[in-house]
Ligand binder design. Sequence first.
Ligand SMILES: [Zn+2]
Length: 108
Amino acid sequence: MKRLLLVLLAAGGAALWWRRRSSATTEDTWSAPAPPSDVPSEPPKLGGDVDPELLAILACPLDKQAVKREGNYLVCQECQRHYPIRDGIPVMLIDEALSPEQAAAAQA
Ligand SMILES: [Zn+2]
């Protein structure tokens, strides 16, 4: 009888130990930061094919002048801002454009 009690105590201790261990494991899982899966690891590449029809209707957002393709950029014929083409998509944003000075520095 005394021996049975000892076995039960040992089993209870093991169960407690197991519960503490598994709850600790759960906490580890919760605290581990999940790696970002939907963020592209590489930025879009400059260049790519741009639809000629799209190119014909694009204009500089600043002065509404026509743009001409020069390498990986669309260059405004008026203010000479360089709008980057990323993965074939012209980025017609003044904030994203290179100024004539920046473009000259990038080409030098
Ligand atoms: Zn312009």
